[in-house]
Design a protein around this ligand. Structure first.
Ligand SMILES: NC(=O)c1ccc[n+]([C@@H]2O[C@H](COP(=O)([O-])OP(=O)(O)OC[C@H]3O[C@@H](n4cnc5c(N)ncnc54)[C@H](O)[C@@H]3O)[C@@H](O)[C@H]2O)c1
Length: 309
């Protein structure tokens, strides 16, 4: 199937980026959110970012042509004839399953339903629908307009045809598909990256190096555009925590949650890269402006992780 119309559920950091790259590739986009404010903010952010791409000569069209392809709405039904629905709402199993049930009821039989989850098994989301063979993971990386890799994940029931359409879609939007043939926690890239994130936290905690030097070293020695702690700040600790927790649950390897359980020093290490330094996640929503986004409730997460031992 050639994907020509996409519905994106959730217009936050990831959903707005996904809507942007689809529209830039000539795909019609229905961008949905429960919050009118979030939709409004997303449209402003997308317009600004598309404008930057146009200014740099990276687009063959002007900003208005790209923006006209995106319809922002709180109404699900508008996207019922989409070829592909991509869910990018909060990382919460119950909320996501509810959306998957709704999409399954509303969308036509041809619609593939995908999740951008970092950590929730695709197979469990597929189980909320009557079309598990048409459910897949498409895991984008932040910032979506810049990052080239997208993991395409097969759940236990995902058909080969669905996975192939996912792959073709990723190529169509000018990105590179990384095929994940089995639905394992953390998929492939996070599964490989997280052990170094944890080691970086351990090194800060042990006083071996500072957050700033580790980030600088990784940028200069490993060719990364951003250090490990800078990346963690952008992604959000709640998402990192959720993904590490799901790997821990699957592998029973305590290393994956130790930084979240082992006392004040570790917590400082995890937070030290943040501009506010107090666990407040910030995100750039407009040029030059940082908006407070979400508070990381460390005491609650410590209670949750401690109860596992
Ligand atoms: N942040 C990252 O770097 C990153 C990277 C890869 C994957 N992800 C995954 O992408 C998903 C979204 O993450 P994010 O950082 O963009 O979150 P976010 O908090 O920035 O945005 C989530 C949006 O979903 C909306 N929403 C909540 N419930 C909804 C509903 N029922 N219907 C429609 N909209 C709803 C919210 O209003 C909000 O605007 C998560 O599953 C996360 O794990 C995040």
């Amino acid at each position: 199937m050639n994907v020509k119309k996409v519905m994106v559920m959730g217009s936050g950091l990831m959903g707005s980026g996904i809507a942007q790259v689809c529209a830039q590739a000539g795909i019609e986009v229905i961008l949905n959110d429960v919050s009118a404010e979030a939709l409004d903010q997303a449209m402003k952010t997308i317009a600004w970012s598309v404008g930057k791409f146009a200014e740099k000569g990276k687009l063959s069209e002007d900003r208005e042509t790209v923006m006209k392809r995106i319809t922002a709405t709180g109404d699900y039904a508008v996207g019922s004839d989409a070829d592909l629905a991509i869910e990018a709402i909060y990382e919460n199993m119950e909320l996501k399953q509810e959306i998957f049930r709704k999409l399954d009821q509303i969308c036509g039989p041809q619609t593939l339903i995908a999740s951008n989850t970092s950590s929730i098994p695709i197979t469990e989301l597929a189980a909320a629908t009557l079309r598990p063979e048409k459910v897949l993971g498409v895991h984008f990386f932040s910032p979506v307009p810049m990052m080239q890799a997208v993991e395409v994940i097969k759940g236990a029931s995902t058909s080969d045809e669905t996975a192939q359409t996912g792959r073709d879609f990723v190529l169509k939007i000018g990105k590179e598909p990384i095929m994940v043939n089995r639905d394992i926690a953390g998929f492939v890239i996070n599964r490989i990256n997280f052990p170094s994130t944890i080691e970086a936290m351990n090194l800060v905690e042990q006083g071996v190096a500072t957050v700033e030097d580790i980030d600088k070293g990784l940028r200069l020695a490993s060719g990364r555009k951003m250090g490990i702690f800078e990346t963690g700040d952008m992604v959000g600790l709640d998402i990192t925590y959720g993904a590490m927790m799901s790997i821990y649950k699957e592998t029973a390897t305590p290393d994956f949650i130790r930084p979240f359980c082992s006392g004040a020093k570790s917590r400082q290490a995890i937070w030290a890269g943040k501009p506010a330094g107090d666990g407040t996640r910030t995100t750039q929503t407009e040029p030059g402006k940082h908006k407070e986004k979400r508070k990381w409730d460390i005491s609650r997460s410590i209670r949750r992780t401690s109860s596992l031992f």
